[in-house]
Design a protein around this ligand. Sequence first.
Ligand code: UDP
Length: 477
Amino acid sequence: MEDVVVMFPSIGIGHLISMVQLGELILTHDPSLSITILLTPKHYEAASAANYIKTITGTTPSINFHHLRPLHHPPPDSSIHFFDLVYQLIKQYRPVVRDALQSISEKSNIKAVILDFMSNHAFEVCRSLNIPTYYLFTGSAFGAGIMLYLRTVLEKLPGSLKDQKFYIETPGNPPICSLDMPSTMQDKDTDSYKNLISTSENMAKSSGIIVNTFAALEPRVMKALADGEYIPDGPTPPTYYVGPLIKVDTGDDKCLDWLSSQPSKSVVVLIFGSLGKLKKDQLIEIAKGLEKSGQRFLWVVRNPPPENEAGHAFEFKDPDLDDLLPAGFLDRTKEMGLVVKNWAPQGEILRHESVGGFVCHCGWNSVLEAMHAGVPLVAWPLYAEQRMNRVHLVEGIKVALRLKMSEEGFVTAEELAERLRELMEEESGRKIRDYVSDISVSAKAAVVKGGSSRVAVAEGLRIRETLVGLVSGFMSG
Ligand code: UDP
């Protein structure tokens, strides 16, 4: 029987790409294996994800997509937060996942299951079938540490984080204000919090935690994790830093043609993740800030979020740019900038030689893409764990400039213009530019044969197999 690794990604293109990339990495080490990725219909609801799945199906025959049957539950309430929606969906899917694993195991040997941390509710199913179960943490090593810390330390603090402003000591990272911790960790009475506690417990019991990062980026946090500082009451599971797991293909797109007509490292990119949407007054302010800054720019603009949207609408209607942006803006800036509707090939854009800076929402995939490409950041967190990431990026690993914003997250035109000039032209920006350029060299070196990600993984994996190699280790449990 064929040996197979089953993967269960979370919803959202970023999570899916990381999982597929991990699958490809495993196959590079052992082409005799096959990878089966479980998908619910929600996984390919977004056009970006559906297209990506189609491409992988056409190009990588050893990666199979197993389409789980649809559930006949009423559609979730649209006011549920995206995070809770995913956890709820995976919970509902547990019997279907069990059936799928049983049916796969009739024809193949399931050597391991790798769960996205947001697919946590499938953990007990896998364990009850005696399958070694790993977590892929698609955030930073710091984020993985905080996830473990939730059960061991944060849970023991009196009250909820949201109730008071105080600073939390985090091993290997500067202290973080309680209010900057992920929104999902703020209130102990919420489903989000309970889902995270369950994830924190299960991750600590798992066969290993695979993290999408690389040694040179977060060395202090990695040392703290290795020293057990995030799980003071017991052993930390083996931790594998296998990143950056990012898509590095090239494409042809009008954005890239436009970039090719711009001077080297002159363009600032503004893209706010797969879900980020800004209100109209903020879009107008950005437009003014870009004009004031005098910098060249490539900006992806989406329609503002409708009232009461909980942030999980993947469908984007084309924005009416003339209505959303200040009168004459597009005309006045046509030599300097390109405004793209809804979606642009961010990875390819960041790797383009003309790009010199990135206003980033602090999503981890975007951060890794920028680090790999050597592009320094201005941090503009929007949702999820992004405010916590900002502290890590600005004060911890120093790859981003901090953007001043109001408590509601509003950024003025003056502030944006100033930070862009600082990043692109000033001495304080130069430090970050130079450092990120070095980090880019390390990021690329980490993933080639003998690189830190490969070596660190192989070292950790020798525990159970004398045969050195990523796959043998992952699969041995
Ligand atoms: N992305 C893209 N084009 C866009 C917006 C996003 O290609 O216009 C990609 C981006 O390159 C990254 C992913 O979507 O790979 C976003 O993942 P991230 O973890 O940064 O943020 P999230 O969307 O999960 O908040």
